[in-house]
Each structure stands twice: as structure tokens, then as C-alpha cells.
Write a protein that binds this ligand. Structure first.
Ligand code: AMP
Length: 424
């Protein structure tokens, strides 16, 4: 018999790993609530046409796509944005603007597996559609900051850029679309010689070179310098000023920004404005990223809706929390194990079990018919907080024995006081 393992790039998440992922998801959901984003659930399987419409070649070539039994070309979602764009251009077309949508779940990309890079991974995704104002951009950075801060992550830092600066210069110099893509791609990867080799105009080359060379510690000095450098390029100048305004909004509300990356494009071709990523010093890969994509929704429904969004990589955030040895706060819920002492007490014991569950406690019922000693041994191994022992004499008095496994104490408790006694 072969020994079966998960498919390459896929993982089983056992007990504590699933618990930890769920804790992070809970924080992501709380963040959505704090910023009033409504949660939506969209299918994992989408039409290939939909998910490939907006994707860059980089993502399109790494999709899990296949023909279903009805001969439709479908794909496992490589991210959430296409599904959200589908909603906003169809069923939510008339929803009051701005539309704030949150989703969380697994996404699929045929990436080369390594630490922090998987083929199935979890993202929390926030999209704010209908506003082209810098405060909407700022909110994406602020909510990312809030999420990571409440998780307890340390030393994370933001890199921010604006795709409109380089694009604005290239547009005004009438550089064709294909060359623009190549230039942006190489600049994003910091392959400047490769990028500049595609540009014939020497003045243009030197402007881009100067842009790349702007350095400094103060993000406002850098961005003001950028704005000055591109002052003769209307679109690029607006982009630089827009970036300054976003940075002002974010930093004035207490979220520090560490570096400005004028040539940053995040590999995703659909960005049109501010873009950002967040990292920790211990890992070279980004924990999350996003930006503005004002023209994307036209691709889906012909309607033009400005939009800004962010996706957080929950597996990488988890990895960063582990490296930093941060314990994410849990809502502590007591775990209870209920043991009927005799066969004929099962029904009564199961009734008590259901009542405890209805009170919000996590309760396991003894389903193996074990004797008390063995059942208690099991409860200890499973790190239960309490054991409820339903014995004949106690039940006659409408009571049970309640054993605190941590303190090794046992008391008799009236059924009506049981939940209160456990929760005290
Ligand atoms: P993107 O959707 O490409 O903007 O990515 C958003 C976030 O998803 C990244 O910042 C990563 O944290 C995470 N991510 C992207 N690709 C992977 C992967 N293959 N494995 C784990 N996390 C990933």
C-alpha cells in the first residue's frame, strides 16, 4: 500500500496549528468589524475567465485551472479581488458607496514551495470600493497596522510607493504599453540596468535614474523631492502629491511608515495608485500588501468604480508571530469532559452535556464506555479543565461531582449552579 501524503505545496494543519490559524482569522474578522467592513463568502472555484481577466501573467501562469465535468474552464481562486469585483459589478451594483467588503479563506497558486510560500494559503482581504480619496488609501494601511498590532506582532514596517509616479512619466513620454510593463517589472525587481536598457530617450532615462537615487531617512523629505523632480510631468506630480497626502493621513494618526519605494509595483499589473507592503525584519517576504486599482472594475462590468484593497497572508503572519514568540490572545473557553458513571445514567449525563454546550462551554462526552480511571486519564491527556462525573447518588440530589483537573479538587455541585461554578 502506498503511504499517502498531502500533495506538494499543500499542508495538513493539526490541532494547535488549526487553532492558531483560527485565532488569527478571528482577529482579522474583529479588524473588519472595527472598520465596519461587511463579510462576504465567495466560491473557491470561479470561472477561469473571471480570475484571469484581472490577473497579471505572473498569477495567471500559476493558477490551478481545469475543466469541470460540464466542460467549463474553472480555476481555484488565486486571490479574492476578482470575486469581489464580480459582486460589486453585479448584485452589489446599487449598494450605497463606499462598499467595504471583507473575506477570509484559502487561495491557491502554483508557487514554488518554501518557507512561507505554499500552494494553498490563507488570506484576509479587505476592499473599499467607490472612493478615490486619499483617506480610503490611508484606511488600508491603518487597518493593516491595527490588525498586526492587536495580534501582538513586533517591529513590522511598511514600504509604500505610488505606481502613478513612474507610469505618469512614461505616459507623458508616450512610451508604449508593452515597454512600460517591462520597465515597471524590472524596476520593481530593482533590475535597473535591465529597465533602463529599454528606454531610448536619454532625458527620460536620467529622470528615472534620479528618481531611483532619491534616498534619505525622512519620508516627507523624500516624497517632496520626488514631487519636485517630476514637476513637469502632470500625472506623475499629482501621483507624488497624492502619496504625500496619504502619508500625512497615516502618520498623523499614529502609524509609522518606514520606507518609500518610488519604483515599487508589487508584480500586480492592475494597480493605478498607492501601493504598499508590510514586513518584519526576521523574514524577507511580505506579510501583506495592497493598493489602489481604479480601473479594474471596468474590466468586469463596464462601470468605473475607484477601489483600494489589501490582502494579508495569514500563514506568513503566523510564521512571523512564531519567530517572535508572540502568543496570540485567545478568548479562554473552558473545556469540560462529562462521564456517566453507569450505563443507565447515560441519558441524564448527555442531557447535562447539551445544557453545558448551550451555555457556551466546550464539552466532550465520554463515548468509549470507559471506566472512571481510564476516562479521567484521557481527560488529563486532552488537557480538559473540568470533568463532570454523573453518578447515581449525586444525580438523585440533582447534583454532579465537578473535578478541577488543574487544581486536583473535586466538589459536589447542584445542577442549577454547575455553569456558574465552572465559569467562576
Ligand atoms: P498578493 O495577493 O500577491 O498581493 O499577496 C498578498 C499576501 O499574500 C502576501 O503579502 C503574502 O503574505 C501572501 N502570499 C502570497 N503568496 C503566498 C504563498 N505562495 N504562500 C503564502 N503566502 C502567500
Amino acid at each position: 500500500m502506498p503511504e499517502f501524503n498531502p500533495v506538494r505545496g499543500m499542508r495538513d494543519l493539526l490541532f494547535d496549528e488549526t487553532k492558531q490559524l483560527n485565532l488569527i482569522i478571528r482577529h482579522a474578522r474583529e479588524t473588519a468589524k472595527s472598520y465596519n467592513f461587511g463579510e462576504v463568502t465567495t466560491p473557491i472555484v470561479e470561472s477561469y475567465e473571471l480570475v484571469s481577466a484581472k490577473s497579471s501573467d505572473e498569477i495567471r501562469n500559476r493558477m490551478f485551472s481545469f475543466q469541470d465535468l460540464g466542460n467549463r474552464m474553472v480555476a481555484l481562486r488565486p486571490e479574492f479581488t476578482a470575486s469581489i469585483a464580480r459582486l460589486v459589478t453585479t448584485v452589489l451594483k446599487k449598494a450605497p458607496r463606499p462598499i467595504r467588503l471583507f473575506s477570509v479563506g484559502s487561495v491557491y497558486r502554483y508557487d514554488e514551495p518554501q518557507r512561507g510560500r505554499y500552494r494553498e494559503f490563507w488570506q484576509s482581504n479587505y476592499e473599499l470600493m467607490g472612493s478615490n480619496k486619499p483617506e480610503a488609501d490611508a484606511e488600508m494601511i491603518l487597518l493593516t497596522n491595527y490588525f498586526l498590532k492587536t495580534l501582538g506582532l513586533q517591529n513590522y514596517f511598511f514600504k509604500v510607493g505610488h505606481i502613478g509616479i513612474v507610469k505618469g512619466i512614461l505616459n507623458q513620454e508616450r512610451v508604449d504599453e508593452k515597454t512600460q510593463k517591462e520597465v515597471l517589472h524590472h524596476m520593481d525587481k530593482k533590475e535597473y540596468d535591465e529597465a533602463f536598457s529599454r528606454i531610448k530617450n536619454d532625458d527620460l532615462k536620467s529622470i528615472l535614474q534620479n528618481l531611483v537615487e532619491i534616498k534619505g531617512d525622512d519620508i516627507f523629505v523624500i516624497t517632496e523631492e520626488m514631487s519636485l523632480l517630476v514637476k513637469d510631468y502632470g500625472e506623475a506630480k499629482n501621483a507624488a502629491d497624492n502619496l504625500i497626502e496619504i502619508l500625512r493621513l497615516v502618520t498623523k494618526t499614529g502609524c509609522p511608515i518606514d520606507s518609500i519605494q518610488p519604483t515599487f509595483s508589487r508584480g500586480l499589473e492592475y494597480y493605478t495608485g498607492m501601493i504598499f507592503e508590510v514586513q518584519v525584519p526576521e523574514l524577507e517576504i511580505s506579510l501583506g500588501g495592497g493598493g489602489r486599482y481604479d480601473r479594474l472594475l471596468e474590466l468586469f462590468g463596464g462601470i468605473s468604480i475607484p477601489a483600494v484593497g489589501v490582502a494579508h497572508g495569514l500563514d506568513r503572519i503566523n510564521l512571523a508571530l512564531q519567530i517572535q514568540d508572540v502568543k496570540v490572545k485567545d478568548q479562554k473557553t473552558k473545556k469540560i469532559f462529562v462521564i456517566p458513571v453507569d450505563e443507565d445514567l447515560k441519558i441524564k449525563a448527555l442531557t447535562i452535556t447539551e445544557e453545558l454546550r448551550n451555555s457556551g462551554l466546550f464539552v466532550e462526552f465520554e463515548v468509549m464506555g470507559r471506566k472512571m480511571g481510564k476516562a479521567l486519564e484521557y481527560a488529563n491527556k486532552r488537557k480538559m479543565d473540568y470533568v463532570v462525573i454523573a453518578g447515581k447518588s449525586e444525580l438523585k440530589e440533582d447534583s454532579v461531582a465537578l473535578r478541577n483537573l488543574l487544581k486536583h479538587e473535586q466538589v459536589t455541585v447542584k445542577l442549577e449552579n454547575l455553569v456558574k461554578k465552572i465559569q467562576d
